[in-house]
Design a binder for this molecule. Structure first.
Ligand code: PSV
Ligand code: MN
Ligand code: MN
Length: 413
């Protein structure tokens, strides 16, 4: 893609939008300002329970994970933070890790605890963690989360994300109410251990790894737990954690209505928690979610700045860095398109019962080719016009393989 082509397409969209009274400079600065954190666990091959196929040159330790995110930040200018998972990413020397991250221009997003695996701890999480019938296992899981908070404090993080695998596989295995009660009590202890400027992001998921019942299966259960905890506990929406055809944009609107939306884990799915690249399956859904986000923040339901943004994907066959570049692009595009929605006209259509008109308003924005705007935002921020092409032209994966080895394996999901 030549500079000339970019300039031409930018001029075209500038002209189209100016006819509608929109100045692109404001749009470009909004797109530039929107930063999405990247997860430390998405930099290697995730694999499935059937196998894992190495990508080659995967980051072997925390420092190398930071380097990969730093590269992503440099090329795209769309990510300025990494989300760490403990114990996978325990820093040996927090000061050195802070310095390294700062030198790469990245900070630390919410910390993630891990009580879904046995990772050398004294008691097993086989029968659950925060909901375990055995109080000593619950205490151990609480303690782990408190340690994660401590590590996060040393890195300047301001949040703790809790995703629980807790649940049961067979009817009768667990006592639903007790499991929920124990989870609430455990989370209360964790919440009490958080600094006052931290937030707790509570994820939900309908199934997997447990296939009969999950203690926090949906946004409603997460929301009612958060209500019990306090104002700084909010619901985290992972796009893959819904049963097929769930109206996620409505969930987002409802949570914003209650000032209960903690943030997002962006990905995409066809069937369940597929962790596919954001925007690769349902780009229209992503756009509609952004419409609700922009609507909810502009009319004061919940402040835009109070929401956290992150990608949560796993890669079985793609180069993870290439995939993250694609995801950041898809998110920026959905956001840019949602910014184009004529909200006044939409409100008018809604009030007048003009169903066709309302759909036209949304389609008009969704079908606008915003790629030149997103590219321009990246160029103006000092990123690459085409990060993916640059990554390939510079043979970055080959260089990583040469440096780290063909079989280097990242820890993570
Ligand atoms: C498992 O479903 C999961 O993908 C959750 O979404 C968490 O956010 C992530 O793993 C990391 O623990
Ligand atoms: Mn997630
Ligand atoms: Mn997930």
């Amino acid at each position: 893609m030549s500079t000339q082509f970019h300039q031409k397409s930018l001029a075209l969209i500038a002209e189209q939008l100016s006819k509608k009274g929109t100045d692109i400079s404001q749009l470009i600065s909004q797109i530039s300002a929107f930063q999405i954190a990247a997860p430390s666990w998405a930099l290697g091959a995730g694999g499935t329970r059937f196998g894992r196929f190495s990508i080659g040159g995967e980051p072997r330790n925390l420092e190398e994970k930071l380097e990969d995110i730093g590269l992503l930040a440099k090329l795209t200018k769309r990510t300025d933070a990494v989300s760490l998972h403990i114990p996978w990413d325990i820093p040996q020397d927090a000061e050195a890790v802070n310095q390294k991250a700062a030198s790469l221009g990245i900070g630390f997003d919410a910390m993630n605890s891990n009580t879904f695996q046995d990772y050398g701890q004294a008691l097993s999480y086989k029968m659950g963690s925060l909901s375990n019938a055995d109080s000593s296992v619950r205490a151990q899981a609480v303690e782990h989360n408190l340690q994660v908070i401590d590590i996060g404090k040393s890195l300047g993080s301001k949040g703790l994300t809790v995703w629980l695998a807790d649940g049961s596989n067979f009817p009768g295995q667990a006592h639903f109410r007790k499991a929920l009660q124990w989870t609430m009590e455990s989370l209360k202890e964790i919440y009490a251990g958080m600094p006052s400027d931290w937030k707790l992001l509570l994820e939900y998921k309908p199934y997997e790894p447990n296939f009969y019942h999950t203690v926090i299966p949906d946004w409603g259960t997460s929301a009612l737990i958060c209500r019990q905890l306090g104002d700084r506990a909010k619901v985290l929406v992972d796009l893959g954690h819904h049963l097929p055809n769930t109206n996620i944009e409505q969930i987002v609107a409802t949570l914003m209505h209650q000032n209960l939306l903690a943030g997002f884990h962006f990905n995409d799915s066809k069937y369940g928690d597929d962790d596919l690249s954001t925007g690769s399956i349902k780009p229209y859904q992503l756009f509609l979610i952004f419409c609700e986000l922009i609507g909810g923040s502009s009319d004061g339901a919940q402040a835009w700045d109070s929401i956290s943004w992150m990608i949560d994907a796993s890669h079985n066959v793609k180069d993870p860095i290439e995939d993250l570049i694609q995801a950041l692009e898809a998110i920026s595009q959905a956001y840019a398109k949602a910014l184009l929605v004529d909200r006044e006209k939409l409100t008018q259509c809604q009030n007048e019962g003009d169903v066709v008109g309302a759909q036209e308003v949304l389609q008009e924005a969704f079908l606008t080719d915003v790629r030149a705007l997103v590219r321009e935002a990246r160029i103006q921020s000092g990123g690459e016009a085409d990060p993916l092409a640059f990554y390939r032209k510079e043979k970055i994966r080959e260089k990583l393989i040469n440096k780290r080895g063909k079989n280097a394996q990242a820890s993570g999901l």
